[in-house]
Design a protein around this ligand. Structure first.
Ligand code: AMP
Length: 217
């Protein structure tokens, strides 16, 4: 049982780290971005409301995501195995709401991994990113460093790859600005609590994985 948060700018590679952590630690991976995208795909009222913000690179209002997250944390798998939060919290108010929820339930966060990658590097990666459309797979490729064997097709499951609606230059610039203004203060917040470890994202995924492993050991 472990309770983790992975913090980092959008596009810093949190998703790739979450893939191995969730396997190695047998812990549910909870990405608020994935849950919101699923709501958009299903055409739910929540999805319709969230899409407007997401397409602009803005944050979805706190109240919506906080409720969504709390509901998710009440599911059996989180109670049994803990959780790995990816993309939440993204504001101080979200972090405080999470703390209140955990305190009320006698729980606490074990560690916050802060994945640091410079903005220019993030922009380069986002514009080259292709994501597998199969929700069971979600493999991520990079046309520059890690292209699929066959263009547009996932090596692992054969599904089509797609470019996320929000992986374009204007939206990425906006998302980075949003990150610096609203999410970066969480680094100080969790440092003060003594549970934050910063890992600098390396060029090679395996190297970053090794650094994160050290911090979790
Ligand atoms: P992500 O997949 O984590 O990059 O999230 C994609 C988009 O979903 C973000 O740019 C936000 O618009 C929205 N989103 C995801 N998580 C949150 C959150 N915790 N708070 C507010 N908006 C969020």
């Amino acid at each position: 049982m472990i309770r983790l948060i992975i913090l980092g700018a959008p596009g810093s590679g949190k998703g790739s780290q979450c893939k191995w952590i969730t396997k190695d630690y047998d812990v549910p991976h909870i990405s608020t971005g994935d849950i919101l995208r699923k709501n958009i795909a299903d055409g739910t009222p929540l999805g319709l409301e969230a899409k407007e913000y997401m397409d602009k690179g803005a944050l979805v209002p706190d109240e919506l995501v906080i409720n969504l997250l709390k509901n998710r944390l009440q599911e059996a798998d989180c109670k049994e195995k803990g959780f790995l939060l990816d993309g939440f919290p993204r504001t101080l108010d979200q972090a405080k709401a999470l703390d209140s929820y955990l305190t009320e339930n006698g729980l606490s966060i074990d560690k916050v991994i802060n994945l640091h990658v410079p903005d220019e590097e993030i922009m380069g990666r986002a514009l080259n990113r292709r994501t597998c459309s199969n929700p069971e797979c979600k493999e991520i490729y990079n046309m520059r460093d890690n292209p699929p064997k066959e263009e547009g097709i996932c090596d692992k499951c054969g599904s089509k790859l797609f470019v996320r609606d929000d992986d374009n230059e204007i939206t990425v610039t906006k998302r980075l600005a949003t990150y610096h203004a609203q999410t970066e203060p969480l680094i100080a917040y969790y440092t003060e609590k003594g549970i934050l470890a910063t890992v600098v994202g390396q060029e090679r995924l395996e190297d970053t994985i090794a650094l994160v492993k050290e911090q979790l050991a």
